[in-house]
Design a binder for this molecule. Structure first.
Ligand code: NAD
Ligand code: GLY
Length: 356
């Protein structure tokens, strides 16, 4: 078992990675003599609920099974969680466990952040995206009809328990979407990890367990360091959004129906790389390396043809990183070194979008 610690003073917590992580004593110490609500969905509960409940031993645990999908990440579903917590007489000492991908993690986390002004929660992520990104760092949210993740809070979990064997049942497209976030860590600040990913991409795509543990470990380590340094995204945490401003615009143009988030981020990172080349920071060989790695992970490297460039540019203006009307982009000085950049010619951005 691999173990990391996210250092945030009194809110520090462990991240455990390995096939024993669900039965680690930490789970018992966090739930002993407490009421526990395990929140999951209709796809995952039949696969993993029983095992998780067994790991909880004699804890007073109940389950809440929600419908599966981003479209249920809403205030309505949140109300169902509050209803259950209230009717079940969960109190301020109770614990919520999120068993699922980023949708369940974000929603259960926000319920825990707000129920009785905040109760403990534990992340048990089951998608690659959740294991390398969303379960770590305390961002919790639900969507609003006018915007994704617009209602939320920072609320750190008490522990993150990652069992990479859950990836065995993850659909291929979801796996690739998670790989986009793994590749992101190499690009933003770890050239050695990028090189390792290039050398090991075939093992990773075959879900070789040793390679997966290593990729999840390095990804979580990077995320934990960034969050420890900038919990509420006043500075460097924004680097985690490499490719996301382009990606969110793609997702929004498609009304979140066609591409998965990680697929849009894959194309967005390739667009950020090409824009970085136009600025003279990357050379064409490096851009090709990035595109090749994304393609080897079965990710797109261009925006869909059917989205008008002007629409994409317009949608990019709604990004959460816009400050005082100025768009800020994460671009690459080198592979392994990203920076937040707002001082660019608009024509360069338009050229990048028009090239796809
Ligand atoms: P998801 O939670 O919708 O899971 C994707 C699909 O895979 C679902 O149908 C789910 O039921 C299924 N699934 C999950 N684990 C499985 C398994 N082991 N076997 C079989 N099927 C499985 O999607 P996601 O990509 O994990 O998360 C996306 C969400 O995460 C978005 O809402 C996004 O906003 C959020 N997010 C949050 C953060 C953060 O920092 N909090 C970061 C990135 C993304
Ligand atoms: N996924 C971006 C962040 O956690 O900041």
């Amino acid at each position: 078992m691999k173990k990391l610690q996210l250092e945030l003073a009194e809110r520090s917590y462990p991240i455990l990675i390995g096939d024993q992580s669900w039965s680690d004593p930490i789970l018992h110490s966090l739930t002993r003599n407490k009421k526990v609500l395990v929140i999951s969905n209709q796809t995952l509960a039949p696969l993993y609920m029983e095992t998780l409940l067994q790991s909880l031993g004699d804890a007073d645990a109940e389950q809440l099974i929600l419908e599966d999908g981003e479209r249920f990440k809403t205030l309505d579903t949140l109300e169902k969680i509050y209803d259950r917590l209230l009717t079940g007489q969960f109190d301020r000492s109770s614990v919520v466990i999120a068993l699922g991908g980023g949708v369940i993690g974000d929603m259960a986390g926000f319920a825990a952040a707000t129920y009785q002004r905040g109760i403990d929660f534990i992340q048990v992520p089951t998608t690659l995206l959740a294991q390398v990104d969303s379960s770590v760092g305390g961002k919790t949210a639900v969507n609003h009809p006018l915007g994704k993740n617009m209602i939320g809070a920072f609320h750190q979990p008490k522990a993150v328990l990652i069992d990479p064997r859950t990836l065995d049942t993850l659909p291929d497209r979801e796996f690739s979407a998670g790989m986009a976030e793994v590749i992101k860590y190499g690009l933003i600040r770890d050239r050695d990890f990028f090189d390792w990913l290039e050398s090991n991409i075939d093992r990773l795509m075959a879900r070789d367990s040793e390679a997966m543990v290593e990729a999840i470990l390095i990804s979580c380590k990077t995320k934990a360091e960034i969050v420890a340094a900038d919990e509420t995204e006043q500075g460097q945490r924004a680097l985690l959004n490499l490719g996301h401003t382009f990606g969110h615009a793609i997702e929004s143009a498609q009304n979140y129906r066609d591409w998965l988030h990680g697929e849009a981020v894959g194309a967005g990172m390739a667009m950020a790389a090409r824009m970085s080349e136009s600025l003279g920071w990357l050379d064409s060989a490096e851009v090709e390396q990035i595109e090749n790695l994304l393609q080897a992970a079965n990710l797109p490297i261009k925006a869909p043809d059917d989205i008008e460039p002007s629409k994409l540019r317009d949608l990019m203006s709604h990004d959460k990183k816009v400050q005082l009307g100025q768009l800020r982009l994460i671009l690459l000085k080198q592979i392994g070194h990203a920076e937040i950049f707002s001082d660019f010619e608009e024509s360069l951005l338009i050229k990048t979008i028009e090239q796809g």
